[in-house]
Design a binder for this molecule. Structure first.
Ligand code: NZQ
Ligand code: ZN
Length: 382
């Protein structure tokens, strides 16, 4: 094990924490508040943010869509540049926070912001940003990643740079009260797969990372099992903190990472608009079966330590079945059938996108070639 670990995002967790931003955002900052389609106007979050920003010079930018697009975000980049904004406040879920990260980096660049996504412009600075999280799922509020879509070409690509790591993240579980059931389920599934991407690889013996990953998986499983009784402070707070810890860098330090489910899943979102979390549930069980031989030992460990299954010849298979059953128990389908035309065309459409995006050797062993992706898709697509 060899790694550097730092997570510099200041966490403001708990009820009533939104007001605390006025002691964190530097006084005298010119702030832009970036948000989505308006849920924050309906649930009182916008009013709390306005109250907390009293005394600051601030403007707002709304309309960041789920799976945020470069086309929309470039309008915010223009405002930041024109008005000399020096602090970005993202108020929303992963899409708004990711979109704000793009705005932060693109505003310090004279060219087309998309250059950042295709690696043509290495980010060396960004406008500082903070986040008020309204949907626990992605972990974006305290990590350095973002995923942006170019609507024109159906490209959905990730970028990572420490320059866009939020300075602070406000996590008030009360904001979750207005989340539709669908988004709460998405949060559980996305966080679950984030842990899997950093845990279900090979046996490496890193006890802290494995043990903490297993604790998070057990918690998420319990929150899923308690879904019917979710309307309480503890359930909300636990989901919010679990989803954050699943992708804040800690469990991924010094261990192999997979992320193939995510990369293939992104293409389902880019092509057919499938919710991010739901794209993962479609891909992952088929991917685990495809990569069975190399993941067998870790699947057995997960079966025992997360699902409480007993030792047997078929333990690894049973673990994949249990993961699939978990998604299905939340009403999340593990097979995709919402395409038009033939199944073969749908499979090839995804393969072609993967090829265009250079996703030709995925997974912890770079063993998921386009041919393997094709096999995975043949079972993930109905
Ligand atoms: O736009 P508004 O009106 O705010 O409505 C949103 C949106 O329609 C709504 N919502 C959010 N908070 C709410 C609420 N509705 C009622 N009450 C609230 N408190 O929920 C809808 C979905 O929001 P979105 O931000 O799209 O969801 P999520 O947080 O799941 O983010 C998904 C995006 O994050 C990316 C995904 O690819 C996708 O684009 N990811 C980012 C990652 C990262 N930065 O580390 C990692 C993830 O793997 C993921 O790829
Ligand atoms: Zn995800």
């Amino acid at each position: 094990m060899k790694f550097t670990y730092v997570n510099p995002t200041q966490i403001q967790f708990g009820q009533g924490q939104i007001q605390s931003i006025n002691s964190i955002i530097p006084q005298g900052s010119k702030v832009i508040v970036i948000y989505g389609g308006g849920s924050i106007k309906r649930n009182g979050v916008y009013d709390q943010v306005s109250a907390a920003l009293q005394g600051y010079d601030w403007v707002e930018f709304s309309g960041v869509e789920p799976n945020p697009t470069k086309e929309t975000l470039d309008k915010a980049v223009s405002i930041v540049k024109e008005k000399g904004i020096d602090f970005i406040l993202a108020v929303g879920g992963g899409s708004v926070i990711d979109g704000s990260k793009y705005v932060a980096a693109a505003s310090h660049y004279d060219g087309d912001g998309w250059d950042i996504m295709i690696g043509k412009h290495p980010v060396s600075s960004a406008v500082p940003l903070g986040a008020i999280l309204t949907l626990p799922a992605t972990g974006s509020e305290s990590n350095m990643g973002a995923v942006i879509t170019k609507a024109e070409t159906h490209d959905k690509l990730p970028f990572m740079t420490p320059h866009v790591q939020p300075k602070f993240a406000v996590m008030d579980p009360d904001v979750m009260k207005t989340l539709p059931e669908r988004q709460l389920v998405n949060g559980i599934v996305d966080a679950w797969v984030h842990v899997c991407e950093q845990y279900l690889t090979n046996v490496h013996g890193a006890m802290v990372q494995d043990g903490y990953a297993e604790a998070l998986l057990k918690n998420l499983k319990e929150l899923g099992e308690e879904f019917e009784n979710r309307d309480n402070d503890a359930w909300r707070a636990n989901l919010m903190w679990n989803a954050n810890q699943a992708l804040n860098g800690l469990i991924g330090s010094g261990v192999p990472h997979d992320w193939a489910t995510h990369m293939i899943g992104h293409e389902f979102t880019a092509l057919w608009g499938v919710d991010h979390a739901r794209s993962l549930a479609i891909v992952q069980p088929s991917l685990l079966r495809n990569q069975f031989a190399v993941k067998k030992a870790k699947l057995e460990q997960m079966g025992k330590n997360v699902f409480g299954l007993s030792e047997s010849e078929t333990l690894a298979e049973q673990t994949i079945d249990a993961i699939e059953a978990f998604y299905q128990s939340l009403g999340v389908t593990t097979e995709f059938n919402e395409y038009q035309g033939s199944k073969n065309d749908a499979v090839e459409a995804v393969v072609s996108q993967l090829e265009q995006h250079g996703m030709v050797a995925l997974g912890e062993n770079q063993a998921i070639t386009l041919d393997q992706s094709r096999n995975i898709l043949a079972s993930a697509i109905a």
